[in-house]
Design a protein around this ligand. Structure first.
Ligand code: FAD
Length: 475
């Protein structure tokens, strides 16, 4: 008793995980309540992540592309940038998608509740209504009784404790706000998010420094892929500081003064107009009253789940960033479908062999499955097919032949176990490699598949032929 609203399925959080779960559950006949503290659906990905970053990266890539056109006999002159219009464009892109989600929720009769949700027991969530731009409480609240629930409360950016509270110190959300273009910008953390945002700001005119504790940028990807990106992007950076960390910072009139320690640390503290903290994301597991429902949360804030996305409480599921790495939208969506289907009584499991990763920098870096480094570390014998884009007609025609495609095959079975692509549109192509791995394809399957000519995607077929020893297109 005592509930203001009852439902079959309560979904907490409306990011890619939450809305996908809510929609699938509704399609399977459940009465669904979707709780979201912010005004729009879509979570981090649509509002302050994947989508707005790609809207800005597209503009940056076009600006960079045309800046090389003079040597081709076409000149556009020096670009002028109207930040207000650019921001408005980004807002429109986001609005189209979040508006679309709201319409889809309505069509499916999913009840969307705006508010901050926390569990009060294993079958009730309290929703404190929020309003305005952010998550300000209005003072109203209601209690929802649910039969089953899916936790999709996502993650948030990690803030370093010694960083001053100052508008010149931002996380990715602040950086996407694009309030101004700084002269000197420090990127804290050399991962995908930091380097994507750095690409945008540098194309718009900022000089970049990046500091990374580990011994290379873009951890997780094979070094040969990263090297191609790094060579082309070197002109954006004044300092790439590896094996180095920030140990202190203070806000001064001239900028944010940052002190470094480590192998490649500058002796003097450096002053920046903008500091982007991109040192990782932390799950929101400890902020939703999970203990009241009996749901276990580990010390880092992740919620452990089984292959059916069930938490330790069988009628409560969890999906997306809050259940662990990799924190990616496409992983969240697939987990969401599994959770909703299992809740509806279907025999689903999350059984992806591989989850692709993409850095939407210029050139893009995309990889999936086993990397060469992992194969070496795990003592797995592999056969490699490496196809340089200097042998790709399309890449040459595009004036962008710096990239390459490589496929890794199990030396015994000849089945594909991994692949990496660096070059323009690498992210759009990596899906084929993921499919090949899921299907257990071998060198011949991929090499004998006729790819359209001339495309960058051909390089995947060619790389398979290189591995098989039948490629006639490379010397
Ligand atoms: P989220 O998207 O974090 O959604 C969780 C939702 O729950 C949020 O809307 C939050 O407001 C809500 N919420 C949390 N707690 C409560 C509560 N108690 N009550 C009510 N509501 C609550 N991934 C990719 O795959 N590709 C990319 O290109 C990519 N680019 C990115 C760029 C940036 C700058 C960032 C920051 C991330 C990027 N990601 C990308 C990661 C991607 O955004 C996340 O993996 C994805 O959003 C996770 O989805 P989710 O549903 O688990 O959680």
């Amino acid at each position: 008793g005592g509930a203001d609203l009852e439902c079959d399925m309560l979904v907490l959080g409306a990011g890619p995980g939450g809305y996908s779960a809510a929609f699938r559950a509704a399609d399977l006949g459940m009465k669904v309540v979707l709780v979201e503290r912010y005004a729009t659906l879509g979570g981090v990905c649509l509002n302050v992540g994947c989508i707005p970053s790609k809207a800005l990266l597209h503009v940056a890539a076009v600006m960079d592309e045309v800046s090389h056109f003079e040597s081709l006999g076409v000149s556009f002159g020096k670009p002028t940038v109207d930040l207000d219009k650019l921001r408005a464009h980004k807002g429109k892109v986001v609005g189209k998608l979040t508006g679309g989600l709201a319409a889809m929720a309505k069509m499916r009769k999913v009840t969307v509740l705006r508010g901050y949700g926390s569990f009060i027991d294993p079958h009730h969530v309290q929703v404190e209504e929020t309003g305005g731009e952010g998550q300000e409480r209005t003072g109203k609240s209601q209690t929802i009784r649910f039969k089953q629930a899916i936790i999709a409360a996502g993650s948030q950016a990690v803030r370093l404790p010694f960083m001053p509270q100052d508008p010149r110190v931002v996380d990715s959300t602040g950086a996407l706000g694009l309030s101004a273009v700084p002269k000197r910008m420090l990127i804290l953390g050399g991962g995908i998010i930091g380097l994507e945002m750095g690409t945008v700001y540098s194309t718009l005119g900022a000089r970049l420094d990046v500091v990374e504790m580990l011994d290379g940028l873009m951890q997780g990807a094979d070094r040969d892929l990263v090297k191609v990106w790094q060579k082309m992007n070197a002109p954006r950076f004044d300092n790439i500081m590896l094996k180095t960390k920030t140990v202190g910072a203070e806000a001064t009139q001239d900028g944010i003064l940052v002190r470094f320690e480590g192998e490649q640390a500058p002796k003097e503290p450096q002053v920046y107009d903008l500091v982007l903290q991109a040192v990782g994301r932390t799950p929101n597991g400890k902020k939703i009253g999970a203990d009241k429902a009996g749901v276990a949360v580990n010390e880092r804030g992740f919620i452990p789940v089984d292959v059916q996305m069930r938490t330790n409480v069988p009628h409560i599921f969890a999906i997306g960033d809050i259940v662990g790495q990799p924190m990616l939208a496409h992983k969240a969506v697939h987990e969401a479908h599994v959770a909703a289907e299992v809740a509806a009584g279907e025999k689903a499991v999350f059984d992806a062999r591989v989850i692709p990763s993409v850095a939407y920098t210029d050139p893009e870096i995309a990889w999936v499955g086993l990397t060469e480094e992992q194969a070496k570390a795990q003592g797995i014998a592999i056969k490699k097919g490496h196809f340089p884009w200097t042998a790709s007609g399309r890449a040459i025609a595009n004036g962008r032949d710096e990239g390459f495609t490589k496929l890794l095959f199990d030396a015994q079975s000849h089945r594909i176990v991994g692949g990496g692509i660096v070059g323009t549109h690498a992210g759009d192509m990596i899906g084929e490699v993921a499919l090949a791995i899921e299907m257990g394809a071998d060198e011949v399957d991929i090499g004998k598949t006729i790819h359209p000519h001339p495309t960058l995607g051909e390089s995947i077929g060619m790389a398979a032929e290189v591995a098989h020893g039948t490629c006639t297109d490379v010397p």
